[in-house]
Ligand binder design. Structure first.
Ligand SMILES: NC(=O)c1ccc[n+]([C@@H]2O[C@H](COP(=O)([O-])OP(=O)(O)OC[C@H]3O[C@@H](n4cnc5c(N)ncnc54)[C@H](O)[C@@H]3O)[C@@H](O)[C@H]2O)c1
Ligand SMILES: [Zn+2]
Length: 412
């Protein structure tokens, strides 16, 4: 028998007129250490946040490189669930997911994850907890987002880049047809839990790569963060965990403030104000078949757009020098030979990145430029001759000047 409810019948609507509704999303983003110490209640209290009286089923998926860097992790998670068995039930053994970008390129992975979710009898009240770098977060969050049209997902980012930037994101994806992030959804996570201890098993290069996103967001939004990174560049290079944690946390807060406060969390418009330096970065990543890490490519992309900003009269030369010096002090190389690559017709291959960026945005080019450290604005066209001149400057900084193809056009 159907139960009776006291819900009033909705007002009849008229076809042909415009109707709508809005849905509010909220999710906590927390920072901690020793997430899986049974004495740390963050995970269990996060899962119980909306329904404290219930025993919650949680399927855990982990980046396999995180496990190989910490062989105790799977046992620690099992012990944590054991200690909090009143509120948490671990669904099966944690699933190990192949870490790194390659896993986003192969549809075997999301399908296998969906199969495991089906085998485990996951329902819309169950949780998926995903522990890993940005690639594994994207991949597992995508599978969870399409399973039953969306299972509650707790993201536990484990790289500098994912804690400082992508981990707080409301989107997920896999790559298809040779295009990055071609298939994906917007679905805010249930929670994001950042455990700084994970950063200690990253190699030096990986740890540094994510710092470029913190520098990026400081350039766009927070001069005080820029000055802090400037003052502590040596500590960051030396791997000081406390300084790194402060930079990562502030960067995550700034990215989060943007998602929650900019009025377009699901990116319906064309503007991408946080994607400073990214048009060139995305192209460089694919031109180098990902031998350049995303963060490394972003450092080069920012250096290029900083020099372009000077050339166009947007930014003072002294500010630009300060920015480039900081990127170099943190250890970024601001040149890659792919920057000078030419197409068969003699045009600069990099410039295809502008066209691809415009296509991704939906037809209209929006490129972020700097006015000063902490303040940005957007342009809707870029002059090829000024890009090429900026590339010459970057090449000269490398003390390895070279020929760079040029056709001196404006790309809009
Ligand atoms: N969803 C979004 O909004 C968003 C935003 C920006 C970037 N991203 C995505 O993030 C991905 C890049 O993320 P990333 O920079 O974290 O790289 P990554 O996920 O490729 O991780 C880098 C490497 O480090 C390993 N690793 C992860 N954590 C580790 C740890 N604690 N110890 C040792 N090794 C560890 C990984 O297995 C991988 O081999 C890209 O796919 C990018 O598209 C997504
Ligand atoms: Zn980025």
């Amino acid at each position: 028998m159907l139960s009776q409810t006291d819900q009033p019948a909705p007002e009849p609507v008229q076809a042909g007129t415009v109707h709508g509704f809005s849905v509010a999303f909220s999710f906590p983003v927390s920072f901690t250490r020793k997430l899986w110490d049974p004495a740390n209640r963050l995970f269990v209290d996060t899962v119980r946040r909306l329904e404290p009286g219930r025993r919650h089923r949680v399927l855990v998926a982990i980046d396999d490189h995180v496990v190989s860097a910490n062989l105790q992790l799977v046992a620690d998670i099992a012990a944590y669930f054991e200690a909090h068995a009143e509120h948490l039930a671990l669904v099966g053994q944690p699933i190990l997911v192949s870490g790194g970008e390659a896993a986003k390129n192969d549809l075997f992975h999301p399908i296998n994850l969906l199969k495991q979710m089906n085998d485990a009898g996951m329902d819309r009240q169950s949780f998926v907890a995903v522990i890993g770098g940005g690639a594994v977060l994207d991949l597992v969050s995508f599978a969870a987002a399409i399973c039953h049209r969306g299972i509650r997902t707790i993201r536990v980012p484990t790289t500098v880049l994912s804690q400082a930037d992508s981990g707080v994101a409301v989107k997920n994806s896999v790559n298809m047809f040779g295009k990055k992030n071609f298939a994906g959804t917007f679905l805010p996570p249930f929670a994001v839990l950042n455990d700084f201890d994970f950063l200690e098993t990253l190699d030096r290069r990986e740890r540094r790569a994510g710092i470029s996103e913190a520098i990026k967001v400081s350039l766009l939004r927070d001069p005080a963060l820029f000055e802090y990174i400037e003052a502590h560049a040596g500590n960051l290079v030396a791997g000081d965990p406390e300084i790194l944690a402060r930079v990562v946390q502030r960067s995550a807060e700034l990215h989060l403030a943007h998602i929650c406060g900019n009025g377009d969390p699901f990116e319906l418009g064309s503007a991408r104000p946080l994607d400073f330096g990214h048009w060139a970065a995305h192209k460089l990543e694919s031109m180098t078949a990902h031998s350049l890490r995303h963060g490394e490519a972003v450092a080069i992309g920012m250096a290029l757009d900083v020099l372009y900003s000077v050339r166009m009269g947007f930014l003072a030369r002294a500010e630009a020098d300060r920015i480039l010096r900081l990127l170099e002090a943190v250890g970024f190389r601001l040149w890659d030979d792919a920057l000078a690559r030419a197409e068969a017709d003699g045009g600069l291959t990099l410039l295809a990145g502008l066209r691809e960026f415009r296509e991704h945005l939906g037809g209209e080019l929006h490129i972020t430029m700097l006015r000063t450290i902490g303040r940005s604005f957007e342009v809707t066209a870029m002059e090829e001759s000024a890009i090429v001149a900026s590339l010459y400057e970057l090449a000269a900084r490398e003390q390895d000047p070279r020929d760079i193809p040029s056709r001196a056009a404006t790309v809009e």
